[in-house]
Structures are given as C-alpha cells and as structure tokens.
Write a protein of this length. Structure first.
Length: 396
C-alpha cells in the first residue's frame, strides 16, 4: 500500500471531523438560545442546530453509499470534505437561526459522505486483525478529536457564540492529504461482483441497525441535554461546559484503543450490553448530582460505553457484508447513527419539558438497564438452544 502513513492520517482525520460535526457547537447552545430568544420555539430550534445535521446524514448515507459502490470512493469523499467546510463555516457568517439550520443541513449531507466512504475504505484497504485494529484506532481518534475540538470550541464560545463554526474549515487539510494519498480500490470499479454477492441475513442486519440507533439516542443526551443542566450551576462557563461534554469523548477514545482485544474475548451482543451498563451508571450519577466535578466523573464512566459503541456497528456489519454491498450497508449503519442523533432531542424534549433534565437522565438509566437485561436473556436463550442442539446432534 503506497503512502500508508498519509492514508492513515487522512482516514483518521475524516472520522474525527464526523464525530465533532454536531457536538462542536454544544458549548454555544445556551448562548444561541439567548441571542435568538425572540424567535418562536427557540428552545427546540436551538437543539436542532446541534441535531439537524443528523437527519440529513441519515437520509443521504444510503444514497451516497450506493453511489460509492457504483461510481467509486475517492472523488465522492473529497467532494464531501469540501462541502463539510462550506456547510460548517456558514454558521460563522449567518445571523438567522433558520439560515444557520440550512447550513447545518448541508453539513449533514457532507458527513453522510465522509463517514460512509471513509469507513468503507477501511474495509477496502485493511483485512482481518489489521481491520479490527484500525476500526478501534478510528474510534479512538473520533474520541480524542471530540475532546480537543469540543474543548477548544468551549474556549472560542466564550469569545463569541459563532467562533466555534470556524473549526469546520480544518477539513481542507484532509482535502489536500486525501487527494494525494487515497486511491480507488480495484474491486469497487469491477463490472461484476457475482462471485462476491453472498447471501445476507436481513434479520441480522436489521438487528445491528436497531441496536446502534437505540445506543445513539441515549448517547446524544450528553451533548444535547447536559449543557442545559450544567448551565443551571453557579459559576458555570462555556469552557467548563465544553470540558464536561468532551471528557466523555476522551474516555471513549482510550477504551476504543483496546477494542481489538475486547472483541477477541466478547461477542458483539456482549459488548453492546456493556455499552448500556456503563452509560447507565454514568447517567445515574448525573441524575443525582448537582456537583460539577461529580458530573465530570460521570462523563468518564459513560464514555467507556461510548468507546465500545462507536466501532461496534461498522465492525458488525462488515462481518456480514460482501464487498459489492459494503458501502451501502455501512451507509445504513451511518443512517442508524445519525437518525438516532436527530431523533434524540425530539423524543426526549417532551419528557424534559414535563420532568426536567435531571429526571430524564434517571429515566434513561432505568431504560438502558431494562434493555440490557432483556438483551442478555435473549442472548442466553439463543446460546442455550444452540448448545442443546449441538448435544442432540452429537448423540445421534
């Protein structure tokens, strides 16, 4: 593989930009709500500034995945990175909440292309254990990028609410490195994939999409709801809010580095159960604390679960997908991720309005524990049936 180091840098930075796409403006949300306070339904609109890219990512990921399978990867990735810079930066110069939302929609389309194609290229360029290692490294970079950029965004938000939008221009770096180093995998341009087109279980793929979606709905409570909970505490600054939101990404980044080893010992189902348990512990602490330091610690605990969740969906689907359908199936995982991000505030806002942010974190805790128990019982039942069948077969 030529220019392997530059390829690695390009793919990892691409993943980092997708992770920070929404959360980078989380520290600015309370300020944005105050600045546009005369706008009707500003509480919901402010949260949509963070989450609306997700619905466009969800809508366009299967489309761009299909195009990547049909037309090739590289040019589409470079175009997506350029659109990312334009759509992200637009929030810096716009002074209407509705126009800002339009820019965020363009950002969402760009993220669909970047995440789907960069993840697919990892599957194209790397195989076996090396792929597992790279996926874990990708998740780690996404986490570390969230820490660095969201924390920096909190500092910029203390200068002015719109300064964090400048960070999106950094995607130009990958436009340059990607144009130089990335290449089109030979298999994606082949006219026929008949020998590769193996049968895929729709039930298994739907299970992956559903579990990823549920995990993301709970995860996205942190960047969407936590800033408003912290804003009630005395002596709070945007920088502190940014640190509290980003510490989860730091924890996730460290855990993702060990994903390859964890996957060697645990099934995908077991890893997902751990995701829910660690997140529920963190959310329980948040729900029962008004101390910044304790909430900060809770973010570390929840981040362990997120660090396991981020690589899980793509690795799971790559084990199921043939090469000829890899991009579109990875695109479906991306859809599940960003549909979860978009719907998270919409699903939870009525509960927040009725009970408050603290009680919603507690409600999420109970929901995740219940769901993890159900998943464990289903998984245990399947293993028990498989063992019984194996014993009967061996006795015949």
């Amino acid at each position: 593989m030529k220019n392997k180091k530059l390829i690695t840098i390009s793919l990892l930075l691409s993943a980092t930009f997708t992770m920070m796409a929404g959360a980078i403006i989380a520290p600015s949300l309370p300020q944005i709500e105050r600045i546009f306070s005369n706008t009707e339904n500003i509480a919901l609109l402010t949260r949509l500034v963070l989450s609306i890219p997700a619905i466009f990512t969800a809508m366009f990921s299967p489309i761009l995945g299909y195009l990547a399978d049909r037309l090739g990867r590289k040019k589409l990735l470079i175009a997506s990175l350029m659109l990312y810079a334009v759509g992200g930066f637009s929030g810096f110069i716009l002074n209407s909440i509705y126009l800002i939302l339009v820019g965020r929609a363009l950002l969402g389309i760009s993220v669909a292309g970047i995440l789907t194609i960069s993840s697919t290229l990892i599957g194209d360029y790397f195989k076996g254990a090396e792929r597992n290692k790279f996926i874990g490294l990708q998740g780690s970079f996404m986490g570390f990028g969230g820490v660095v950029f969201v924390s920096f965004a909190g500092f910029l938000a203390d200068i002015s609410w719109n300064f964090p939008f400048l960070i999106y221009l950094l995607s130009i770096i990958v436009v340059i490195t990607g144009s130089i180093s990335l290449y089109e995998p030979a298999k994606t341009t082949s006219a026929s994939h008949a020998t590769d087109d193996i049968s895929i279980s729709k039930l298994k793929t739907m299970k992956v999409y559903m579990l990823v979606f549920i995990g993301i709905v709970f995860f996205y409570m942190m960047p969407v709801q936590l800033p408003f909970l912290l804003d009630k505490l005395s002596g709070m600054t945007n920088t502190k809010i940014g640190l509290a939101v980003s510490i989860m990404n730091l924890s996730a980044a460290i855990v993702a580095l060990f994903y390859k080893r964890i996957r060697a010992y645990l099934s995908f189902d077991s890893i997902y159960i751990l995701v829910l348990l660690f997140m529920s512990i963190g959310y329980f602490i948040i729900a029962n604390s008004s101390n910044y330091n304790l909430i900060f610690f809770a973010g570390i605990i929840a981040g362990i679960g997120i660090g396991l969740l981020m690589p899980l969906g793509n690795m799971w689907i790559m084990e199921l997908a043939p090469v000829s359908k890899r991009a579109r199936l990875v695109g479906n995982v991306t859809t599940a991720v960003y549909l979860g991000q978009f719907l998270s505030p919409i699903i939870l806002q009525p509960f927040v309005n009725h009970w408050g942010v603290e009680k919603v974190f507690l409600l999420a805790t109970y929901a995740m524990i219940t769901f993890s128990i159900i998943l464990y019982l289903v998984d245990f039942s399947k293993k028990k049936k498989s063992l019984k069948y194996a014993i009967i077969k061996s006795n015949k």
